[in-house]
Structure formats: structure tokens, C-alpha cells
Design a protein around this ligand. Structure first.
Ligand SMILES: Cc1cc2nc3c(=O)[nH]c(=O)nc-3n(C[C@H](O)[C@H](O)[C@H](O)COP(=O)(O)OP(=O)(O)OC[C@H]3O[C@@H](n4cnc5c(N)ncnc54)[C@H](O)[C@@H]3O)c2cc1C
Length: 391
């Protein structure tokens, strides 16, 4: 197909949800082009240690990724199952989950972004998706029967344009959806460490009295990945530390739960923001991934919500009649309705927890702790709380 033809779908943004949607849509028989400012393809695996970006992929996402032929491409020895979670707050409050009690093989799998991106790009290209990498978006127009995305050097016309270009989506703004992300005034500080003691597949999380949330995710062997969601001041302090001083600080903050820590990576900070939109569809437009919603990473669910979008949109498109226009408002409405509840539920939980644990009023800490202890003792409620994260 030439670049002046009209594609069924043009995907703007080749992050993980964009690639997953493109693969699923092409496998359902749609003609799909995907564009990104970065190159798109399967990068050589230079095996330089663990990618700094890792994701906790839920069982529901893993099943979707398997259905589009991406999960099978991941190397088993580079991912780690989360078999249990140990969540703590100040004054000794504690909540524990295990995959066993929820009837799952794992609560999630910790997977590197680079590996996921390669697996998804391979699945998409194999399904016939046409890549336009290295091409920033420079213009957008909508006509009655198409959307036209201008790249440096090409134009791509599609019956449907899927915006998958992240929380500060250029496409969303160019399409006139102007709601900005609301910064939390926090950064997610990430780094990897080798641990003195085995983690036994347990992810650990601390809601700290300074309003930050520290999470340790298991990596293969005696290694772990940290996400410390910290107010901007604390984040700047952590990012300025020498690697071994950071390791010491992180070990102290986690009460030496895994013994001494050794730095095995650089550290990096990602600004955190909440994005809630009144609608995730428009004329010949659907938003997926962080372009559609920003959530706090304390539940590790951002990319899982994005995979949920990718799956729901591809299913809505393949369920439409063979002669129905892929950009038909009815199909897009079905997609938007299907995603409203899961996205709203996840935002309510994560944003609610950030606010609750950020409160400093006397008495609140006690209430929080009584609440956590009650949930911990009541298995059906615990299962209900965990379900959205397993999807
Ligand atoms: C610290 C931290 C930890 C996290 N941990 C987890 C976790 O454990 N589990 C989980 O599920 N989620 C996690 N998340 C969330 C997850 O990172 C995001 O939800 C996910 O990466 C969003 O993917 P996306 O493709 O929508 O956006 P992005 O990853 O931002 O991708 C957008 C793509 O669009 C392209 N693009 C953007 N603008 C343009 C333009 N103008 N022109 C051309 N191309 C453009 C970019 O190059 C990029 O490829 C975490 C987030 C943070 C900050």
C-alpha cells in the first residue's frame, strides 16, 4: 500500500499499547499503519543487563499478549513472577496477598520494556502492519471519511486514527481534546539492585509517613527493581545520590527486608500525573494507553490498562460487520463504553490511595491501619480488591 492510500487504521505512537493494538487489528484483517518519532522494529538484543523500565504485567494482559503471539517471544529466564505481595503502612499496618489464595499462578510477571517492545514489534510486523518510524507528527486534519496524519516526509490517511502517543499526547491536543494531565508533584524514581537475601517472588510496598510510596518488584535471581514514588523534593534528593548511597538509603527505607543492597543500574525519575478525560473517542479518533488515561504507578497498572484498551478496541473493530467503516461512531462508542468502568475503577483506587496516605491529620493513620487490618482478615474483600489488578 502506498502512503497516499487510505488505511483502515493509522496508529499514532508505537509504545506498548500502540504496538499491541496494531498487531491485534492487523490479525483481525484490517490494514494498519503505525508511526512514531522513534524507529519501529525489532532492536538487536545487546544484553547489557536489565532494562531500567520494567512492568508488572497482569495475568489478563499476559493472556492478551499470548493471543496476539507476543508473550511466547519473551525469554522466560528474564522475567520474574510476582507470587505474593506484602504491603505495609506506618504503625505496623500490613496487608498480604498471594497468588495461591487468589487461585492464580502469579499475581503478575515483571518484564522488561525492551523485551516487550521487541516481542510486540515482531508480532505487529509479522501480521503485516506497515511501520513509519523516525517520523514526528507535524499535522492533523479530519475529513468526513478519513483522518489524515502528517509526518515529517509522509502523510497517512486512515478511516480511523488511534492516538497512542502517551500522556502528553500531541494527537489528543491537535484533535481539540485539551484537558491537561494533572501533575502529582511526584516522580517515580526507578533503579535496580542485587539483594543479599532471596525475595522468593514477593513484591513489597511501603506507604511511608512522608507521603511517598516505595515498591520493590522481584527480578530474576537475587535482584529487584525499585519504584519510589516520591514528592519532587525527595525525588531530586534520591536522584542526586551516588549509586551505593542510594542502595543504602533504599535498604534502610525497606527495613533491610532483603538484607544489604548493591546497585546494578543507573537511576532515573519519571514525573507522575493523573489524566481523566470526559471522552476517549471523537470523529474518526480513538485514544488508547496513556493518551487516554494517566494513573499513579503505585498499583503498577498503567500499561495493563493500555493493553486492555488495545484489546477492547481491536475486539470492537473485529465484531463490526465486514462492510462497516472502521471509523464508524457506533463502533467507537462501544469501545469507549467498555473501557469506562475499568479505567475509572483503577483511577479511583490509585488516586484515592495517594490522597489517603498523603493526609497528615491526627487520627487518619489509625483509621488507615484499622482499614488495612480489616481487609487483610477478610478474604472475599481482599479478592475483590485484587481483581481489577489481575485483569
Ligand atoms: C515509574 C513508573 C513505573 C511504572 N510501572 C508500571 C508497571 O509496573 N506496570 C504497568 O502496567 N505500568 C507501569 N507504568 C505505566 C507505564 O509506563 C505507562 O502506562 C505506559 O508506558 C504507557 O504507554 P504508552 O504507549 O501509552 O505511552 P508511551 O510509553 O509514552 O509511548 C508513546 C509513544 O508515542 C511516541 N510519540 C509521542 N509523541 C510523539 C510525537 N509528537 N510524534 C511522534 N511520536 C510520538 C513516543 O515516541 C512513544 O513511542 C509505570 C510508569 C512509571 C512512570
Amino acid at each position: 500500500m502506498t502512503t497516499d492510500a487510505v488505511w483502515d487504521v493509522v496508529v499514532a505512537g508505537a509504545g506498548l499499547p500502540g504496538l499491541a493494538f496494531a498487531a491485534a487489528a492487523a490479525q483481525a484483517g484490517l490494514s494498519v499503519a503505525i508511526a512514531d518519532a522513534a524507529p519501529i522494529g525489532v532492536a538487536a538484543d545487546d544484553d547489557t543487563g536489565f532494562d531500567l523500565r520494567v512492568f508488572a504485567v497482569s495475568p489478563g494482559s499476559a493472556e492478551f499478549l499470548r493471543s496476539i503471539g507476543a508473550w511466547q517471544r519473551l525469554a522466560g529466564d528474564r522475567m520474574a513472577p510476582i507470587e505474593a505481595m506484602d504491603v505495609r503502612a506506618d504503625r505496623g499496618a500490613r496487608l498480604e496477598f498471594s497468588a495461591y489464595e487468589l487461585g492464580e499462578r502469579a499475581l503478575a510477571w515483571v518484564v522488561e520494556e525492551r523485551a516487550l517492545r521487541n516481542a510486540l514489534a515482531a508480532a505487529a510486523l509479522e501480521a503485516g502492519v506497515e511501520p513509519f518510524g523516525g517520523a514526528p507528527f507535524v499535522g492533523l486534519q479530519f475529513a468526513a471519511d478519513r483522518a489524515v496524519l502528517a509526518l515529517a516526509g509522509h502523510t497517512l490517511a486512515g478511516r480511523l486514527l488511534v492516538a497512542a502517543d502517551g500522556v502528553r499526547s500531541w494527537v489528543r491536543q491537535a484533535a481539540g481534546i485539551l484537558t491537561p494531565p494533572r501533575p502529582y508533584g511526584q516522580q517515580g524514581v526507578v533503579a535496580h539492585f542485587a539483594c543479599e537475601r532471596a525475595h522468593h517472588g514477593t513484591a513489597r510496598q511501603w506507604f511511608r509517613s512522608d507521603g511517598s510510596v516505595l515498591a520493590w518488584l522481584p527480578l530474576p535471581e537475587r535482584q529487584m527493581s525499585m519504584v519510589w514514588s516520591a514528592p519532587d523534593g525527595l525525588a531530586a534528593e534520591l536522584l542526586a545520590l551516588e549509586p551505593q548511597a542510594l542502595a543504602q538509603r533504599v535498604a534502610d527505607a525497606g527495613g533491610h527486608a532483603l538484607g544489604a543492597l548493591q546497585s546494578i543500574s543507573a537511576s532515573a525519575g519519571f514525573p507522575l500525573a493523573l489524566l481523566r478525560l470526559a471522552t476517549t473517542v471523537g470523529h474518526r479518533l480513538a485514544l488508547v494507553g496513556d493518551a487516554a488515561h494517566g494513573v499513579h504507578p503505585l498499583a503498577g497498572q498503567g500499561v495493563n490498562l493500555g493493553f486492555g484498551d488495545a484489546r477492547a478496541l481491536a475486539e470492537a473493530l473485529s465484531a463490526r460487520g465486514p462492510l462497516t467503516d472502521p471509523g464508524a461512531a457506533l463502533t467507537l462508542g462501544r469501545y469507549a463504553r467498555r473501557r469506562t468502568e475499568p479505567v475509572f475503577a483503577m483511577q479511583a483506587v490509585t488516586d484515592g490511595l495517594v490522597r489517603l496516605f498523603g493526609l497528615r491529620q491526627p487520627g487518619i493513620a489509625l483509621l488507615r491501619n484499622v482499614g488495612m487490618a480489616a481487609v487483610d482478615r477478610f478474604a472475599p474483600l481482599k479478592r475483590a480488591l485484587a481483581q481489577p489488578a489481575l485483569r
